[in-house]
Ligand binder design. Structure first.
Ligand SMILES: Cc1cc2nc3c(=O)[nH]c(=O)nc-3n(C[C@H](O)[C@H](O)[C@H](O)COP(=O)(O)O)c2cc1C
Length: 189
């Protein structure tokens, strides 16, 4: 059921790092994005896949994790993603990418969730450092990085209370809580 998949597809930032993800799995996920909507059907997105520890380490070094978890620098070695999909915009095809990369990211993550994997969209990227590390040609815009792995954390959805605070938090048991606004609050007419 799509509703179950959407609910299960929470941003996950700690993984069983030893659980590998192979190239075929990553290609299957990108194929879902390939078949998704694209503004004007221009299809300007390109992808870099990473699933070996050396390349993963190069990518990990340039990402920022969970801005609201102030005391947490990101996943420790052993709990890091076992794969990444970097979403690029090819400026030789188009100068603007609309919301294609958001659609691609969500589609890939839903596909990953269906396969028992999990992940996180990372927009906070040291883009020029990552470009240099992976030798990404300048005509590709680095749009998003998707971190992927076998989830090692539990995430619960909470209701945003009257204060309107949407900050996610982690409790003493390490459970991650994500406040979501109610349906009544977001449908305005
Ligand atoms: C465009 C976008 C950029 C994001 N960038 C980051 C990021 O740089 N680092 C991070 O840890 N999480 C990032 N996230 C994940 C959000 O923090 C997460 O979606 C939010 O806390 C809600 O949790 P949920 O995905 O489980 O609903 C990003 C999400 C989106 C949609």
């Amino acid at each position: 059921m799509l509703a179950d998949l959407v609910l299960k597809n929470r941003s996950c930032r700690r993984f069983y790092q030893k659980h590998g993800i192979d190239l075929k799995t990553l290609k299957d996920l990108v194929n879902l994005a390939r078949l998704s909507a694209s503004g004007g059907n221009v299809q300007p997105l390109k992808y870099i896949l990473s699933y070996d520890s050396q390349k993963n380490a190069l990518i990990f070094a340039h990402l920022a994790w969970a801005a609201f978890l102030k005391d947490w620098p990101g996943p420790n070695d052993g709990e890091r993603p076992s794969a990444y999909i970097i979403i690029l915009g090819d400026s030789e095809i188009s100068q603007s990418f609309g919301c294609d990369h958001g659609i691609a990211a969500q589609t890939i993550l839903l596909g990953a969730t269906e396969k028992g994997l999990g992940g996180c969209i990372i927009g906070s990227i040291q883009r020029e450092n990552l470009r240099a590390a992976l030798k990404i040609p300048s005509h590709f815009d680095i749009l998003l990085v998707l971190a992927l792995g076998k989830p090692k954390e539990s995430v619960m959805i909470e209701r945003v209370d009257v204060s309107g605070n949407t900050r996610y938090y982690r409790d003493n048991q390490g459970v991650h809580h994500v406040p979501k606004r109610s349906l009544e609050d977001i449908i305005i007419g």
